[in-house]
Structure formats: C-alpha cells, structure tokens
Design a protein around this ligand. Structure first.
Ligand SMILES: *Cc1c(COP(=O)(O)O)cnc(C)c1O
Length: 444
C-alpha cells in the first residue's frame, strides 16, 4: 500500500523542533482565525500514518476530518490524478467540458440510494454543495424556508453558518446570517429527557409540530439533515426519526436533503449513512471522503429537482476540477476494490469492543456511539447528571497527541472524542491507537 512504514514512532517532543520552527513562521504569516488541532507539520502521509517533519509517525484517527478514507496518498488516486495533471489542469467545465466530470456524476447516480433518474452538479467544498442544494430546492419548490436541526453542522460560508447550530467557534461575531432558516429538535438519544427508547418518535413529533406551527409546511423548500451528525457530536438520530422526517417532507412537497459530507463514502460501513434506515433522499450532498483528499463536492438527486435551476444558475470556476474528478474516480475504485464498507464495519467491531471494555473501568465515558469508522465517546463528569466534561476531552486528546495518536474532539458541548481512522488502517495500528487511548483514560 504505502512507502511509509505503518508504525507509530515518537522520536522528539510533539510538536518537535522543526515543527515548532515552522509554527513560528506560520504564526506570523497565517491569519489567526485559522486554527490547527495539532501544530505538527506533515512531511508525508498514507495508510494509518502521518509522518511529521521531525520524523515522528503518528497513528491517524482523524483522516483530515473524514477525508482520507482511502489513505492520504492512495495508489489509484495518485495514479489517476497525476495522469490528469499531465494532460490538463483546468478548462472550466462551464467553458469546455471533459469526461471525468461526467464519469463522477455517473458514479454518484449509481452509488447513491434510490433507483430513480438522478443528476449531479460538482463543486469544491462541502459548504458550497450545501448552498447549492438550497438554491436547487428553492428553484424547484418556489419556496424559501429551510429547516435544519439542533447540533447540525453544514459549513462556514454565510448561508451555511446560518444552517449550523453551534455559535463558538463557527458563528460568533460573523453575523448577520441568512434569513429563512429555522432550527428544530433532533433525536439525540443520550440526552433526550424521556430516554433513548422514545426519542425517535417524540423528537420527530416535536420537529413536525414546530415546522407546522411556526413556519407552515407550504413555505418550506428543504429539510436538511446529517444522517449521522458530525461536528455536533457524532449523534445518530434515534431510530424512527429520520424515516418520520423524510415522510413528512414527502407528504408536504418539501425537498429532503441528506448532508452526507462527513458520513458518506463508506465511512459508516455503507456507501451512505441514510441507507441504514432505508432512506432515499431527494438530494444528497457529498464532499470530504469523495476524492481521496482532493477538493471536490457534489449535489446529487432526483433529475427533475436537479434540473429545476435555469442554465447558468449553478456552477463556479473550479467546480468539478478535472484533477479532483480523477482523484474521485481513484478513490471510488479503491473503495470498491478493497471493500472499504467491510473494513469500516470491522473497525466498528474492534473499536466498540475495546471502548466498551474501557467504559467498564472509566466512569468519564458516558456514551459510546457511531457507526463504521465514525465512532465517538461522549465524556461526562457524572453518569447520572450527564454533565458534559469538555476538560476531559481536551486532556485526553492532548495525552494521545503526546504519545503519537492523532484524535479529534467535537460536540456542541466540546466533550466528545471522535475517531475517524482511514478505512485502510491496519488492525494492529488500530489496536495500538486504542491502547494509547486506554492509557490516557487511566491518566486523566
Ligand atoms: C465538513 C462538513 C461540511 C462543510 O464542508 P467544507 O468542505 O468544510 O465546506 C458540511 N456538512 C457536513 C456534515 C460536514 O461535516
């Protein structure tokens, strides 16, 4: 697979002297608003390893935020993108088109749920895909309102900030936000007042009631939801919630949009997380895992909805860049050939077994959840009150980083430690990373 030895190695402090030197330069040249989880500068990366400029090798439990599902220099991605680079880098699909764009749209039609006629449009970032899904839904329904959910995350552009739930760090000071955006409850089983068992139907009833009473279904263009909420804390909506909301959308002529930017492309052990409850979204937004690390995003959906926008109404200079399209075709080839859905399910098995054993020893673990290689633990000060423990999440992440395991945090309360390993990670590395997490839990 990779030229980089697949083994953890810590040979300096983390970050090491070369990283610290680069970080000093970065601090004077790069805007302070752009943060980094761990200021260790990357030299190369692939498989389950990130090698830094000081020669440390970190076990990667982040995949650059669920992007490098196939690894960070996957053979098929490098091969196809390199060949495309040599042929041409850009023409702009809106000026003179090229085959790779069409091929990616064909693959999206084939891989996304539902056997209806589908079309796609390609963009660069996840936020751009979400914005375009809203444009398309508004053009199709001739309605304006957009419904989103508590704990939802959809990006950092102006419209997607409005769609995103959490103030800090995403929105604070950056208003005013786009109008006609409404937020309703989501089925967060762990924190639902009457417990997880009734959560799905109860939360759906509340969401439907709010839409009906406060907005009016006839005013709603789109309902947008992440089938597994990512930045909000790896929340799997309790069973029954997604089907009920999708049914309500269908009954009321509302475009149901699944934002699968983080959960899509084998991440949860299925091509798309909404398949888990048999949901067929009208539109689906994808990005992150789609192209093996190259910037690409898409909106895919029912042909009649996708065609609602007038010619020239959608697009962008770089959208569906040919090198990124070649990367996507390489990533999809890798997912198919290496059965990465199967790998994701195996990662879930290993992680949940190990994390459950840790939960017996460490009371700080309040909940273990997620699917496939999108797994998290929610940390609490007290299992009875479920008071969030963001301090523990930060301390655990720091302890893991110092030992050469890259983990990320998330959650509305900042108290969720999330694991997003590349699906091609070796099982020995996966277990070693979990050993380090276990040691860190004992120390915190
Ligand atoms: C990351 C993410 C986005 C935004 O994608 P960018 O490429 O960062 O703009 C939107 N929705 C979800 C669910 C995401 O995880």
């Amino acid at each position: 697979m990779s030229a980089i030895p697949q083994e953890r190695r810590v040979v300096t402090a983390i970050p090491g002297p070369k990283s610290q030197e680069l970080q000093a330069r970065r601090l004077s040249a790069v805007a302070g608003g752009v943060g980094s989880v761990l200021p260790v500068f990357t030299a190369r990366a692939d498989g389950g390893i990130i090698e830094d400029v000081d020669g440390n090798r970190l076990i990667d439990f982040g995949s650059g935020i669920a992007v490098t599902t196939v690894g960070a220099s996957a053979e098929a991605v490098v091969r196809r993108a390199s060949a495309q680079l040599a042929d041409f880098t850009h023409t702009c699909f809106m000026v003179t088109p090229y085959e790779g764009y069409v091929e990616v749209c064909e693959a999206l039609a084939e891989l996304t749920p539902g056997d209806h006629a589908k079309k796609s449009a390609l963009f660069n970032s996840g936020a751009e895909a979400v914005e375009n899904a809203v444009k398309i839904a508004r053009a199709y329904t001739k309605r304006q309102a957009v419904v989103v959910f508590d704990h939802g995350y959809h990006g950092r552009t102006n419209l997607t900030m409005a769609l995103t739930a959490k103030n800090m760090p995403y929105k604070n000071g950056f208003g005013p936000f786009a109008p006609e955006v409404y937020r309703v409850p989501v089925a967060y089983g762990y924190r639902w007042p009457t417990g997880p068992d009734n959560c799905g139907p109860e939360a759906a009833a509340q969401a439907v009631d709010q839409i009906t009473k406060q907005i009016g279904p006839d005013n709603v263009a789109a309902i947008i939801i992440e089938p597994v909420l990512g930045e909000g804390g790896f929340i799997e909506p309790a069973k029954g919630f997604l089907p009920a909301v999708a049914r309500f959308a269908r009954d009321n002529g509302i475009v149901f949009v699944a934002d699968e930017i983080q959960s899509g492309f084998c991440r949860t052990g299925q091509w798309f997380a909404c398949e888990d409850e048999g949901i067929v979204p009208d539109l689906i937004t994808t990005a992150k895992g789609i192209a093996g690390g190259l910037p690409l995003s898409a909106v895919t959906g029912r042909a009649e909805i996708m065609d609602a926008a007038h010619a020239g109404g959608l697009g962008g200079t770089y959208g569906g860049n040919p090198v990124a399209c070649a990367g996507a075709l390489g990533a999809i080839e890798t997912m198919r050939e290496q059965d990465l859905n199967g790998k994701a399910r195996r990662i879930e098995e290993v992680m949940k077994r190990r994390l459950s054993a840790m939960a017996e020893k460490f009371d700080v673990i309040g909940d273990i959840r997620g699917r496939g290689a999108m797994i998290a633990i929610e940390l609490v000060k007290d299992r009875a009150t479920k008071e969030p423990d963001a301090g523990a999440a930060g301390a655990l992440a720091r302890a893991c980083h110092a030992e050469g395991v890259l983990v990320l945090t998330c959650g509305t309360y900042g108290n969720v430690l999330r694991f997003l390993p590349p699906l091609v990670i070796g099982e020995d590395l996966l277990n070693e990373g979990l050993d380090v997490i276990e040691t860190a839990l004992a120390a915190v």
